[in-house]
Write a protein that binds this ligand. Structure first.
Ligand SMILES: Nc1ncnc2c1ncn2[C@@H]1O[C@H](COP(=O)(O)OP(=O)(O)O)[C@@H](O)[C@H]1O
Ligand SMILES: [Mg+2]
Length: 306
């Protein structure tokens, strides 16, 4: 089963068709970058996946279950995430758990249980803050945190609920270059945890879709790039998936072939962002075929080494 499946999804705002028959299958542990020209419908697609704005046509399945409303299976982080000013970083991260696990009556009826749960939640929150590199700031309030630190808190807050999928909508767009690079490294840390889980034969925990308009960022943090665009032979019928390929170039488990990175960035720019490049929408949509071919090549190489 896939972590996420999008089937024939189309969306209209009034008479304006935004998305045209989007089909996607995303496996557990994939870190997917979603790129496309501004206004092409990336956030619209994320809202359909999140369940806040169901699509006009088609459906979204998370772990095989149809998404019709927001649930803890899918989390999201926006560019400007508003943390609660009156809660510390760890309290902000623990907040979702509290809503979920301790209802108001239980706090009055079972005070000792409530206090124990609260301690557990704060302990878990500190673990997640450590995972995003913020252990030292656990007790700080949002006003005492930089923009980059606040985004780390928001990311910890999304992951602590153990969703099947986390959506990041231009999460680093408001940050300066150096901070942005730090947060990209942090995302690669999640990717590495996925790899370790796979090596242990476990299901990887972090499945992520990150929307970004930075092509370098897409190729750096993700192992798969999906491009959404209106520029294809179907013309003014809304955006389709016009690019879907692996991009493992800079990952810990792949060769550091920088020429491939530069080549792929150009391919991506031309396939997704160039209005004069009008092609059939599926010309660069080959993720699953590419994956099978790479696996075959790796196997052949292993066999010849034996
Ligand atoms: N609530 C809405 N009502 C009408 N049009 C909308 C609404 N939200 C977005 N749009 C339009 O849909 C298109 C896609 O928007 P969006 O998904 O935000 O694009 P992106 O995230 O790729 O920049 C844009 O043309 C935008 O103006
Ligand atoms: Mg958007």
């Amino acid at each position: 089963m896939h972590a996420l499946e999008v089937k024939n999804l189309s969306h209209w705002y009034g008479k304006n068709r935004i998305l045209n028959k989007i089909n996607l299958q995303i496996a557990y542990g994939q870190v997917v970058a979603l790129v496309g020209p501004s206004g092409c419908g990336k956030s619209t697609l994320l809202r359909a996946i999140l369940g806040t704005d169901p699509p006009s046509e088609g459906e979204v399945l998370a772990e095989g279950k149809r998404v019709t409303e927001p649930s803890r299976d899918v989390g999201i982080v926006y560019q400007h995430y508003s943390l609660y000013d009156f809660l510390s970083a760890e309290e902000n991260v623990a907040f979702g758990l509290k809503l979920d696990k301790t209802s108001l009556p239980s706090r009055f009826i079972g005070l000792p249980t409530y206090l124990r749960k609260r301690r557990e939640h704060l302990q878990m929150a500190r673990e997640f803050l450590t995972r995003v590199g913020l252990e030292a700031a656990a007790g700080h309030y949002p006003s005492e945190l930089s923009g980059g630190m606040r985004q780390r808190v928001a990311i910890a807050q999304a992951f602590i609920l153990k969703p099947k999928l986390v959506l990041l909508d231009e999460p680093f767009g408001a940050l300066d270059e150096a901070t942005r690079e730090d947060l990209q490294m942090m995302l690669l840390g999640f990717y590495q945890e996925n790899l370790k889980a796979k090596q242990r034969g476990e299901q990887p925990q972090y499945t992520i879709i990150i929307v970004t308009h930075e092509l370098n960022e897409a190729l750096y943090v993700a192992d798969r790039v999906i491009g959404l665009s209106r520029f294809h032979t179907e013309g003014s019928q809304g955006a389709m998936v016009v690019y879907d390929r692996p991009c493992p170039v800079l990952k810990p488990d792949a060769s550091k072939d920088l020429s491939r990175l530069v080549e792929q960035r150009e391919e991506l720019r031309s396939a997704v962002f160039d209005p004069s490049n009008v092609k059939h929408h599926s010309k660069y949509v080959s993720f699953w075929d590419d994956l099978a071919r790479d696996a075959q090549a790796a196997e052949a190489k292993q066999a010849s080494n034996r």
